[in-house]
Design a protein around this ligand. Structure first.
Ligand SMILES: NC(=O)c1ccc[n+]([C@@H]2O[C@H](COP(=O)([O-])OP(=O)(O)OC[C@H]3O[C@@H](n4cnc5c(N)ncnc54)[C@H](OP(=O)(O)O)[C@@H]3O)[C@@H](O)[C@H]2O)c1
Length: 319
């Protein structure tokens, strides 16, 4: 039985992925900062939860030993330059070292549309720049180059770059649906930004297909994970309210904010205590449309016909 370790396996995408991997018969290890965070996956068959600090390279190397494959889903959406660097660049570097040292043969890294390992600095936000730098570190290690020092054979690397991900338990459509239950109207920053939402089950399937060698692309391969529709943020906000029955299914009035007001809103929200709904860095990310670039294959290259938003989102937002 093949063994896989899933970093970030307790999160939104991770939970769906772990369910799929368990169904496919993998023996899954999920490291977590706090065991309680793993309650959505700990019941799965052949799945082991381990409370470790993945940023501790020695602990990470010990944890990955004995696994055939690793998936990295760890990411943050908000934070300082140092926090992005820690989660999106330093951690992939430690993952590369650990996989090379432990002989892990396959790595699947979930990045984001808009990140670019070749030109990371051109991206508009700290989130996307750090995602691109993290990709570059793994690409170098996969090709047997030094992820620092190891001049060893690398590993098979798949980088998946999703657009915004929707599905049961998402933090995007669910958040906008909940907001509109209580707000009479939505003043919206980045209303015209375009997305190509991908269903979480399609993304999870893409990971599984990469692991099974379904891609014709040589390693290190980049696959863009996007759905069949291009929708603006405003349309997505409206869809979330309509499908959850707000305003008798008509939704709320969405008021696009001009650039200055959008910056003000994002700045104020970014300073709110706890996990902010939006930050200035998120707004910067939306300066580039979050849609397929056409430079890399999509999910169809893995034999996946991506699902549209409404038929799926209706099922969970409608409840
Ligand atoms: N969701 C989307 O719409 C979307 C869109 C594009 C790309 N992506 C990418 O897809 C991946 C998964 O996203 P997601 O939505 O599933 O994320 P998520 O729900 O926030 O889960 C991320 C997981 O990473 C771990 N984590 C978070 N911060 C950490 C830190 N500082 N150190 C160590 N571990 C940390 C957490 O695990 P523990 O709490 O158990 O430690 C958490 O379960 C990410 O790489 C993300 O950038 C997501």
């Amino acid at each position: 039985m093949k063994k896989i370790i899933v970093l970030g396996g307790t999160g939104f995408v991770g939970t769906h992925l772990c369910e799929k991997l368990a169904r496919e018969g993998w023996q899954v290890t999920v490291p977590t900062r706090r065991a309680i965070n793993a309650k959505a996956v700990m019941h799965l068959p052949r799945l082991t939860v381990r409370q470790i600090d993945v940023h501790d390279e020695a602990a990470l190397t010990q944890a990955v030993a004995g696994h055939d494959a690793l998936v990295n889903l760890v990411a943050i959406l908000h934070g300082t330059q140092a926090a992005f660097e820690h989660a999106h660049v330093a951690l992939p570097r430690k993952i590369a070292h650990a996989c090379l040292a432990a002989g892990v043969g396959q790595v699947v890294h979930i990045s984001a549309l808009g990140a670019d390992s070749l030109q990371p600095t051109l991206a508009p936000s700290m989130y996307l720049r750090s995602k691109g730098e993290g990709e570059a570190v793994l690409v170098q290690a996969a090709m047997g180059g030094s992820a620092g020092d190891a001049a060893q054979a690398g590993f098979d690397l798949s980088i998946l770059r999703p657009s915004v991900v929707f599905g049961e338990g998402d933090k995007f459509l669910n958040m906008f649906a909940k907001l509109q239950k209580v707000l009479p109207m939505v003043p919206l920053a980045g209303a015209d930004a375009k997305f190509q939402p991908v269903w979480v089950e399609d993304l999870a399937m893409a990971v599984v297909r990469c692991l099974s060698g379904a891609s014709a692309q040589p390693s290190p391969r980049v696959i863009e994970a996007f759905g069949p529709e291009v929708l603006t943020l405003k349309q997505l906000v409206q869809i979330s309210a309509q499908l959850s029955g707000t305003g008798g299914g008509m939704g709320r009035l969405v008021i696009p904010l001009p650039a200055w007001a959008a910056r003000l809103q994002a700045t104020v929200m970014g300073m709110a205590p706890g996990e902010p709904m939006m930050s200035l860095d998120n707004l910067e990310s939306m300066k580039v449309d979050n849609v397929a670039t056409g430079k890399h294959p999509g999910l169809d290259s893995l034999g996946i016909k991506a699902s549209a938003v409404r038929p799926i989102a209706r099922q969970y937002l409608g409840r």
